[in-house]
Design a protein around this ligand. Structure first.
Ligand code: ACO
Length: 353
């Protein structure tokens, strides 16, 4: 089997910022409540489609790898907020990015989508079924936020992160993976009022969550996932340079850190800037960690996630030699014409239709 690694990375976060104070002007909440419960200070709200964010993150990852779009042969988009139910968001990304005819598919594992995508990309490349995969985690979760459900409306944001996955020429790459799902917990985190179910499709659209169950599950599954991935990689926890956890809640990240006993500076955190962007948190965090110099050549990384399903996954990953992008692109999203708060409020009218 081939070693499978990441050679390009990129992110796209929309320009419009919604602060906790902005939310407190339309919801019965406070900056103090949101910050103390979640660590979130602000989030981005998208004025473009999910596939537009995904495409730009993908173009940035391609540039970082020094590749033209025609050099990839597969696009996987991990998302639970597709532009449309049919076709896949990956189909839009494939054409917008300029990679005609190649395979394109969405996967939905909630917030664990990027980790599941990485495991699939690993299998496709290790077996020779694909050579170079653009793997994107991208979410426009603001479309599901119901401002009347304050317990979840304050936690999420929009954004996309992307990586290029291909066979590695050295020892770098995926060293182990630990994935799972407990379908008995499916209703612990769900979006109501969407989908084809026979009962419940006419409920108001909202993210509905059993916060305490999700909190407990996230700490145990992500914490134990990191430990299992490290063991399977035949590493020691002390050898790990950086854990990049799913950014759901700062208290969850802190509890994982205490559970697995790693230092604070070994847990990557950017939730204060973006909130929970679901399947996009890990590739956004990875792109930022590399660009900030937090990932050195040969670094031992662990990615860990937990999400709807309930799903979980962890990957032990050894970074290669290159920590600089080969190239960059100056392409940007169009300028928004509304504030983030105006976009969120406009979404509410759509939700009520
Ligand atoms: N602002 C002010 N008050 C609020 C808000 C809000 N936005 N939301 C809820 N409250 C109130 C509740 O109504 C409740 O009031 P009451 O006691 O008068 O009934 C009070 O705050 C406490 O509510 P709890 O749900 O007990 O608050 P808790 O301290 O448990 O925090 C939270 C809630 C942050 C959701 C917590 O359960 C949690 O961190 N869960 C983890 C889930 C998570 O972060 N999920 C992210 C998505 S899932 C994923 O990515 C894996």
């Amino acid at each position: 089997m081939k070693n499978v690694t990441i050679t390009g990375w990129g992110k796209c976060v929309p320009q419009s910022v919604v602060t906790n104070e902005d939310l407190a002007s339309v919801i019965d909440t406070t900056d103090e409540w949101i910050t103390s419960r979640s660590g979130i200070k602000e989030r981005r709200i998208s004025h473009v489609n999910n596939s537009d964010m995904a495409t730009l993150a993908g173009k940035r990852a391609l540039a970082a790898a020094g590749l033209q779009p025609t050099a990839i042969d597969y696009v996987i988009v991990a998302t639970c907020t597709p532009d449309r139910q049919i076709p896949s968001t990956a189909a839009y990304v494939q054409t917008k990015i300029g990679a005609p005819h190649i395979a394109a598919v969405d996967i939905n594992a909630g917030c664990t989508g990027f980790i599941y995508g990485l495991s699939m990309a690993h299998g496709l490349i290790a077996t020779g079924a694909a050579n170079r995969i653009l793997l994107i985690g991208s979410e426009q979760i603001s479309s599901y936020l119901n401002l009347e459900v304050r317990s979840t409306a304050v936690l999420f944001g929009d954004g996309a992160g992307a990586v290029i996955v291909e066979a590695s020429e050295d020892d770098s790459g995926i060293k182990s993976m630990a994935l799972g799902c407990d379908g008995d917990g499916a209703d612990h985190l769900t979006v109501t009022g969407l989908g084809t179910e026979l009962v419940g499709a006419d409920e108001p659209r909202a993210i509905v969550m059993d916060g305490a169950e999700i909190f407990r599950g996230a700490v145990v599954r992500m914490g134990d996932g990191v430990v299992a991935a490290v063991k399977d990689a035949e590493w020691e926890l002390e050898d790990v340079d950086l854990v990049i956890p799913h950014q759901a809640n700062l208290r969850i990240i802190d509890a994982i850190r205490r559970r697995i006993k790693v230092d604070e500076d070994k847990m990557y955190v950017n939730i204060h800037k973006y909130g929970n962007t679901s399947a996009a948190t890990i590739p956004i965090a990875l792109a930022e960690a590399v660009d900030e110099g937090r990932v050195e050549a040969g670094a031992k990384l662990v990615f860990a996630a937990f999400g709807a399903g309930v799903t979980w996954g962890a990957v032990a990953f050894q970074w290669g030699d290159r920590v600089e992008p080969i190239a960059t692109t100056d392409e940007e999203l169009p300028e928004p014409t509304q504030t983030g708060l105006e976009i969120l409020i406009a979404n509410q009218r759509v939700l009520q239709k």
